[in-house]
Structure formats: structure tokens, C-alpha cells
Design a protein around this ligand. Structure first.
Ligand code: EPU
Length: 420
């Protein structure tokens, strides 16, 4: 198991390139099940979750070749329609194979994802929507067993906006017979990237980028080449590193309009922001101001940036409140940040943070992906040495984070950790 050793309080200055979006790749890759042939997925990040998706799809007969950031996918030999527990338990996004398998092969057996580090994350919306499209679904012995001769178009109105349920339903509806209408669809950029991919494969979808998607099912789709959008959460995380550590950082290869909510909050906190094409430069404020944040679905402030914002507020002047309305229990980073000296109290889904300049290095443990990012940020700002253990969580969603931060002057190294 690897750990990071960080010697904090170093100013960061430099250029950090942003990679492809994890949560877009995890939708685009299973979408290749919808048509036989060879695909090119450009700007695919090299991450543990992408490797897990490669292993899962390979177990179904898909073959892959990765050249730099282009993932070549071949779906000629798909012959198994099952996502076993051993893969799904590692990554909930495995559920994304359900929609394409049932739509194209009429048959899918997908393990239920189970709980996650921050509480229950149900998949009821995915199942209900696929049932509306005519799939017969039984859940038994931990597996979703789905069957359908051919799915039929239907109207689906989600009670809650769900990224995954929107993606799965869309991938099913594009090959259904007749028209479907998906209301209260998620409009996260990763879903829009998926819609773009499906349209270029020959799907008929109206309403791209809006909460109402109208789909006219087609008999067949074809393989394509598509670019994965930049990772807005990696972008936001690096900008917070810039704000917390003094100095000036430019992130490149990003899509500034996807991080508007984060940029506005960083400005409120006193950072200077300059946007130029696909680059954003942040100049750290002398004093970071306290800024409240409430997470919302896109274009609101993302839940995937909540932990990192708490780290930033731990070194701000004053008191801030951070509320997560998407995941009520997503606060496993709080006790670990407290080990670094952060003054945070938690009541239900609201963290109250009293900022100070007293963060001091300690040994802390990653508990999930974004919690790990928050700990690294706090370690970069803290005085002395911080060890972040169990960084395999971080490797799920950030490619070579230590190299990118080193290039901007951070003192962070990866080492192997012995844990008992
Ligand atoms: N929900 C239900 N029933 C469902 C599905 C979702 O009640 O069937 C609820 C969830 O419990 C949650 C809300 O709906 O309260 C939104 O969840 P959503 O379905 O949108 O989340 P997801 O698709 O499982 C994706 C990202 C997450 C990100 C969320 C929210 C991927 C692979 N994952 O998850 O990313 O937090 O959207 O934006 O796209 C991360 O990258 O660290 C991460 C967790």
C-alpha cells in the first residue's frame, strides 16, 4: 500500500495540466457495448477506476489497447453479460453496464453495488427506469437480473436528479423501440459528453444539456471516435491547492465553464482568477476569506468538491458552513482533518469550520477518493510533515497527482507503507 509524505507550507507556482474526466470515461466506456466494432476514446485518464472498468468490460469479451491517453476499444467479441460482485464492489460505476447490456443483448446480470464509504447509495432509480422501458427485472442473491426482448420507449420522470440513472436510462432508451422522454435528467457535463457520444453513434436525442431528453430509439448504432471532457473535479482540486499554498498556479486543458460555481466561490474567498481559453490562473489571496458552500447538482457547487472546500476553509479567516445536500453522510474526511488541527464541527449534513493558521502535519488516513484529496490539500498547507496513508483511494480518480504538484513546487513524495 502506498502513502504520500508531504512537507507542507511550500508556495506553489507553475502549470498543471488537467486530464480527462474520470466520471465521463466511466460512462463512455460502457457505452461502447451498444454497437460492435472499434472505438477510440481520446483523453482517457490513466486511473484505477478506468482500469477497473477495463477489467470488467474485458471479462465480457471487450478488448482494449491504451496508447498514451487514447483508449482503443474493440467490442466485436462480447459474449458475457455479467458484472460480478468482485468488480462492482470496487467501483459503483460498474452499474453503467446494465443499460447497454439490456438494450443490446436483452440480458444482464449485474451485482448490486452495496454500501459505500459514506453511507447508502441506492440504485432504485436505475431499476425503476429500466422497468418502465419494458425490462423484466428481479433482484435476488445480491444481483440484478434483467431481461427484455426489445425495450420499448417510455416516459421517465426522475424524483431525484441522478447522474448514473440518467446515463443508464439513456443508454437503454437509444436502442428501444419508439420514443422516450426523460424528465429531470441530470445535466452534469459528463452526461452531456455521453449524449454527444451516443448522438455521434447514430442515436436520436433532443434536449442535449437540458433536464428533458427526448430519445427516438434506433435499430442500430455504430462505433466512433470521441474525446473525453476535462476533469472538472481535478481542475477544482488543483485550484484550491493554489489558493491554499500562496503563489500562482495555472491549470491548462480544462473547461472553465464547467467550474463556474467553484471559480465564483474562490473569488469570494479572495483569490484572483484569470481565464484564458482552456486555462485558468489562480493567484492566492494573502488572507483567505471564509465562504459558505452548499452542494447542489450541476451547475451548482459539486459534492465532489465539498471535502476539498472544507480543507480550504480550515485555513481561512473566520467561520464558514459547508452543507452537502447531495450526500448527507459524505464527511469521513472531517475526523482526519481534525488530526491535522482543523477546527470542524459536524451536525447532520452541515460542517462548521473555524479557520486558523494552525494546521500541523500528522499521520492521517484516506477513507475515500475526495477525502484523500482534501487531506493532501491540508497537508500541503500544514506546517511540518504529513503522511497520508491508503492513497489507493486517491489513485481511483487523480492521475499522478504527486508529479503534477511537484512540478508546481510541492514537496510531496509517494512511498510504500507497511500497515498491519
Ligand atoms: N440516488 C437515489 N437512487 C438512485 C440513484 C441515486 O436515491 O437510484 C440518489 C443518491 O443517493 C444521491 C443522489 O441521488 O443522493 C445523486 O446521486 P447520483 O446518482 O447522481 O450519483 P452517481 O451517479 O452514483 C455520480 C458520480 C459521483 C458524484 C455523483 C453526484 C460517477 C461515476 N460518479 O455518482 O462521483 O458524486 O454523481 O454528482 O459519475 C466521485 O467522483 O468522487 C463521485 C463519487
Amino acid at each position: 500500500m502506498d502513502k504520500f509524505i508531504i512537507r507542507g507550507s511550500k508556495k506553489l507556482n507553475g502549470i498543471i495540466p488537467i486530464g480527462g474526466a474520470k466520471n465521463a470515461s466511466l460512462a463512455l466506456m460502457p457505452a461502447t457495448l451498444l454497437a460492435s466494432g472499434k472505438y477510440e476514446l481520446l483523453n482517457t485518464p490513466n486511473l484505477r477506476d478506468v482500469t477497473t472498468m477495463i477489467k470488467l468490460l474485458s471479462s465480457m469479451g471487450v478488448s482494449f489497447e491504451q496508447k498514451d491517453s487514447t483508449l482503443h476499444v474493440n467490442t466485436f467479441r462480447v459474449n458475457k453479460f455479467e458484472a460480478p460482485y468482485e468488480h462492482v464492489k470496487k467501483m459503483r460505476a460498474s452499474i453503467y453496464v446494465l443499460g447497454p447490456l439490456i438494450a443490446r443483448y436483452g440480458n444482464a446480470k449485474v451485482s448490486l453495488p452495496g454500501g459505500c464509504a459514506w453511507g447508502p447509495r441506492p440504485v432504485n432509480l436505475h431499476i425503476e427506469a429500466l422497468k418502465k422501458l419494458g425490462a423484466s427485472i428481479e433482484v435476488e442473491r445480491g444481483y440484478i437480473n434483467a431481461k427484455a426482448k426489445r425495450l420499448k420507449g417510455a416516459k421517465i420522470n426522475f424524483d431525484i436528479s441522478s447522474v448514473g440513472a440518467t446515463g443508464n436510462t439513456l443508454m437503454a432508451a437509444v436502442l428501444a423501440k419508439g420514443s422516450s422522454k426523460i424528465e429531470n435528467a441530470a445535466i452534469e457535463p459528463e452526461i452531456t459528453n455521453l449524449v454527444e457520444m451516443l448522438i455521434s453513434m447514430g442515436a436520436k436525442i433532443n434536449g442535449i444539456g437540458t433536464t428533458i431528453l427526448e430519445v427516438e430509439g434506433v435499430d442500430e448504432l455504430h462505433p466512433i471516435s470521441i474525446s473525453t471532457i476535462p476533469d472538472r473535479i481535478e481542475a477544482g482540486t488543483m485550484l484550491i491547492a493554489g489558493a491554499m499554498c500562496g503563489g500562482k498556479i495555472t491549470i491548462t486543458n480544462c473547461e472553465p465553464k464547467h467550474i463556474t460555481s467553484v471559480l465564483l466561490k474562490l473569488k469570494e474567498a479572495g483569490a484572483k482568477i484569470k481565464i484564458s481559453g482552456s486555462s485558468v490562473t489562480i493567484s492566492a489571496p494573502k488572507i483567505i476569506k471564509s465562504v459558505d458552500v452548499t452542494t447542489e447538482v450541476y451547475p451548482g457547487f459539486p459534492t465532489d468538491m465539498q471535502a476539498q472546500w472544507i480543507s480550504l476553509m480550515s485555513v481561512a479567516k473566520g467561520i464558514s458552513k459547508i452543507t452537502d445536500t447531495v450526500y448527507y453522510d459524505r464527511f469521513s474526511h472531517v475526523p482526519e482533518l481534525q488530526r491535522l488541527g482543523a477546527n470542524i464541527s459536524l451536525s447532520e449534513n452541515i460542517a462548521t469550520v473555524k479557520g486558523s493558521n494552525k494546521l500541523a502535519g500528522a499521520k492521517v488516513m484516506s477513507t475515500d477518493l475526495r477525502a484523500s484529496a482534501a487531506l493532501i490539500l491540508a497537508g500541503l498547507a500544514a506546517k511540518g510533515e504529513t503522511e497520508v496513508l491508503r492513497v489507493y483511494h486517491l489513485d481511483r480518480g487523480y492521475e499522478s497527482i504527486e508529479k503534477k504538484l511537484q512540478a508546481a513546487g510541492a514537496n510531496i513524495t509517494r512511498a510504500s507503507a507497511e500497515e498491519f
